[in-house]
Design a binder for this molecule. Structure first.
Ligand code: AMP
Length: 308
């Protein structure tokens, strides 16, 4: 059985969108990655993260119900879990962070459990590059390391971020971050420059405008499915990454050709994530729903017309 190690925050989120607001609910990049990847049966998934004693048992059970290994989830006695709060603007593409409380994350030293040292695929969710580096240093020859990051780390700890980038095979970032990291406006040029920093594959997420995959001089584009309802984009990028990694792990094939399929699977999962607040839809997602939307993706991208 293929093993996938996921690293990322397991947290409390408080979200406001034009459609309403939540109390403190289950969130965190590691949570979305794990839930999304767990949609792919036959993959042994482990999460490396940290929580405080305030983290409710009912949330832990969500991971357990999905057979996600929690040996790498540290519980800090008397500690408080990471908390993030954000408010989306009317266009839902931009948001303001209202509050970030690192709490137990402040002194987090990740420990990869022995059972996952030989994981086939490592998915490094958005976290401090020092934490990501520590995980990279602990695992033994994974077939693929995928990195997700954000502009915050480019602003605050660029040197360390470059170090992580130089050690991974795939990077997933959004278009604005790709521009910031490379200093190039053209995403084609940006991807080329980022590949020169280390990763063979660059995935650029463009939110409701889909995702691009770059490899050597090849380029692949997958649209996002136009949706009737978008309630809350929180976690969409992480859900995409979890689906991408989960599919690659399940199919045990890390070729460029298969990565194209993985991009579609990631987009498919992300399209569900945004339809309800927080993780709500991800917790209530049937195999049939996934399958039928995948068919929608197929029909969306078929050109049955003669172009000449
Ligand atoms: P996304 O919408 O894909 O950017 O991911 C949102 C998730 O990232 C939320 O569930 C937050 O808990 C988590 N998050 C927000 N800020 C940070 C941060 N600075 N470091 C790690 N995770 C974060």
């Amino acid at each position: 059985m293929s093993q996938l190690l996921c690293v990322g925050t397991v947290a409390f989120d408080k979200i406001e969108t034009p459609f309403g607001k939540t109390d403190k609910i289950l969130g965190g990049a590691g949570t979305y990655i794990g839930l999304s990847a767990s949609c792919f049966k036959g993959v042994d998934i482990g999460v490396v993260s940290v929580i405080g004693e305030d983290f409710p048992e009912k949330y832990i059970d969500i991971f357990k119900d999905r057979h996600i290994n929690l040996e790498g989830l540290e519980v800090v006695k008397g500690g408080k879990s990471f908390f993030w709060s954000g408010r989306y603007h009317n266009d839902m593409n931009t948001r303001d962070t209202l509050d970030t409380q690192l709490n137990v994350l402040e002194n987090f030293k990740p420990v990869v459990p022995p059972s996952f040292i030989n994981a086939d695929i490592v998915m490094l969710g958005n976290l401090h590059p020092a934490v990501q580096l520590s995980v990279v240093d602990q695992v033994e020859r994974p077939k693929l390391i995928i990195l997700d990051t954000m502009n915050f780390w480019m602003d605050t700890t660029l040197e360390l971020l470059h170090k992580v980038i130089s050690k991974v095979n795939v990077i997933t970032i959004n278009d604005e971050e790709a521009r910031q990291l490379s200093g190039e406006y053209s995403l084609v040029k940006a991807a080329r420059k980022i590949r020169d920093m280390g990763p063979d594959y660059v995935v650029i997420k463009k939110g409701e405008h889909g995702a691009l995959l770059f490899y050597n001089d090849e380029m692949f584009f997958a649209p996002a499915l136009p949706l009737e309802e978008v309630f809350d984009p929180t976690g969409a990028g992480d859900t995409f990454a979890g689906g991408f990694a989960g599919y690659l792990a399940q199919s045990e094939d890390i070729s460029f050709k298969n990565m194209k399929r993985a991009i579609i699977h990631g987009s498919n999962l992300a399209s569900f994530c945004v339809e309800k607040f927080g993780t709500e839809k991800m917790l209530d997602l049937s195999e049939n729903e996934l399958k039928s939307r995948l068919e929608n993706f197929e029909s969306l991208t078929q050109f049955e017309i003669n172009l000449t």
